[in-house]
Design a protein around this ligand. Structure first.
Ligand code: GDP
Length: 529
């Protein structure tokens, strides 16, 4: 399959390229400049030139463009979402002051591109399976496991005139004003079967397991063999501590651990091991223990136990959880995932719309609540939304207080409060969080942070942790979009190490069951690989 990706500046100069084949982009760029190609949405272009299908997205004066064989078909939303992530990564990583920035860029961007190519491949396989028994025998037996699960997630949706294929991975994307047609969505595609397990009368979230083992970017494999090739001569014999320590520091940085954090970890180990004769195996074992210690929570993360205990007391105050984080990280999606899980556990959930700032945010939550209502046919529980429209800081506080009162009076066990996304480095935007925390006094404050972020995650976590004043801090993190970073899971270390706040769940996709408990071992293994 012929395919390529390029990032370029408005001047046309190439900032990043994958696959080296630039020529097909030239005609496309001139079509964009001349306004002769199709603009699917503002700043999202497409064209078919010389049997190639091309797409281009513009963000912050930077363009990401992609092409592949015109015979391949994929929902343009999926392609847009890949290009959004590619540009997001590019803009973020180029801001970072890293010596090996280009290596990190290459890994993260190529990973996004490869994921998209896999979807294309899966769509092709699905097409050939549908096109008759002959092709079924040809491709059916060799279909890889991952491809099968992706094709299974494809669903049909009525778009007003005809049935169209929609990838289920996108079904919870109600950001950017997509909140219109929830009633058309088939509820089967909003959940998947294997995320939860039953233990007595409790429904428990399963542990993150194979996600981090899959899809190691290909250059990672070759790098890995290079590294081991270099170091294997030391295997069994004493090592040069400084050299090994530097190698692991670099490896951690390439896996999204912030440089200062990576150095703190390896320096600590150096200090402990200095003067001792150790082998590479000893070093790796000690480093594994160190990373495990960092990620292992020293407080209970049994949120369900807490909530159940609260609702079994005569206390009429519901259990209040509020979700905070920067814009677009997945606050409302993950709040809705929590709501779904609580409903499965026979708890009544009130969702309170306290993002009263961003236009469309209340409507976005309503779509989630409507979906959850339609999914909630097997339990005797109820879910509803509490909203008082849009307004400033005082309005947020008043809405939260009213919601908690209402929930207490109406027999809701939990209030889940969505809050406005805010830039962690903007003191003016962060200040209202303290007032909100004091007034709503949530039982738990959860920050949603993206696995994609990298170095900036340290500052994000610290600023949100400090935003609630001296007597209050974050209780948990939910790390979203872990499904989009392969084994580059260093943000988890950044956030936990900077704050000592434990990770409650990780988000692994865009359906309501796409949450997992953290598997410390899987994350540590991914970082050590
Ligand atoms: P908010 O602005 O923080 O409330 O973010 P949203 O909940 O609107 O989510 C922003 C985008 O991230 C949407 O497209 C979501 O579907 C997507 N998203 C959220 N969580 C995950 C996740 O765990 N994995 C993936 N792949 N996408 C996610």
């Amino acid at each position: 399959m012929s395919q390529s990706l390029v990032i370029f500046a408005p001047s046309g100069s190439v900032l990043y390229k994958y696959n080296n084949k630039l020529s097909p982009f030239n005609d496309f760029i001139s079509e964009i400049v001349n306004g002769t190609c199709t603009e699917l949405e503002p700043d999202f272009f497409t064209s078919t030139i010389n049997q190639k299908r091309l797409y281009c997205l513009k963000r912050k004066n930077t363009y990401a463009a992609i092409y592949f064989d015109a015979v391949s078909t994929l929902d343009s939303d999926k392609i847009k979402s890949c290009l959004v992530d590619v540009l997001k990564i590019y803009l973020k990583v180029t801001e970072e002051e890293l010596s090996d920035r280009s290596e990190k860029l290459q890994k993260l961007i190529d990973y996004q591109f490869n994921q998209l190519m896999k979807l294309l491949q899966a769509a092709k396989v699905a097409q050939s399976l549908e096109s008759g028994p002959e092709s079924k025998t040809n491709s059916g037996t060799s279909t890889p496991k991952k491809v099968q699960s992706q094709t299974k997630k494809t669903m049909r949706k009525w778009d007003g005139n005809q049935m169209v294929e929609v990838n289920a991975n996108e079904v919870l994307d109600y950001s950017e004003g997509k909140a219109g047609d929830d009633s058309a969505i088939n509820t089967d595609s909003l959940v998947s079967g294997d995320a939860f397990s039953q233990q007595d009368d409790l429904v428990l979230v399963n542990e993150l397991n194979d996600i981090l083992d899959e899809d190691v970017p290909s250059d990672e494999v070759s790098k890995k063999s290079g590294f081991f090739g270099k170091i294997s001569s030391y295997f069994g014999g004493p090592i040069d501590l400084d050299e090994v320590s530097k190698t692991f520091t670099d490896q951690f940085i390439s896996k999204n651990i912030a440089p200062a954090t990576a150095k703190t970890i390896t320096d600590k180990l150096n200090h402990e091991l200095k003067g001792k004769k150790i082998t590479l195996k000893d070093y790796k074992r000690a480093l594994t223990v160190e990373l495990t210690k960092i990620l292992t929570p020293n407080v209970s993360t049994d949120l369900l136990y807490d909530v159940k205990r609260n609702s079994s007391t005569s206390n009429s105050r519901p259990y209040v959880i509020s979700v905070v984080g920067v814009n677009g990280v997945g606050k409302s999606t993950n709040l809705a995932k929590l709501a779904y899980w609580f409903l499965q556990n026979n708890l009544n959930v009130l969702i309170c719309a306290c993002d009263t700032f961003r236009s469309g945010a209340v409507e976005q939550l309503k779509v989630h609540v409507n979906n959850l209502k339609r999914l909630n046919t097997t339990t005797n529980t109820k879910i509803d939304i509490f909203e008082k429209g849009y307004g400033g800081g005082d309005h947020v506080v008043a809405t939260a207080k009213l919601a908690i009162e209402f929930a207490g009076a109406e027999g809701f066990d939990i209030v889940l409060i969505d809050t406005a996304g805010r830039t962690h480095s903007n003191a003016k935007l962060m200040a209202p969080l303290k007032k909100f925390g004091d007034a709503a006094n949530p039982n738990k404050i959860i920050m949603v942070g993206e696995a994609l972020v990298g170095t900036d995650s340290v500052e994000q976590a610290v600023n949100f942790n400090n935003a609630f004043g001296n007597r209050r801090s974050l209780d948990f993190f939910i790390i979203s979009k872990v499904d989009t970073v392969g084994d580059l899971v260093g943000s988890m270390i950044n956030m936990v190490m900077a704050t000592k706040v434990p990770i409650l769940f990780v988000g692994t996709g865009q359906v309501y069951t796409d949450i997992k408990r953290l598997s410390v071992k899987s994350v540590v293994d991914a970082l050590m690989r």
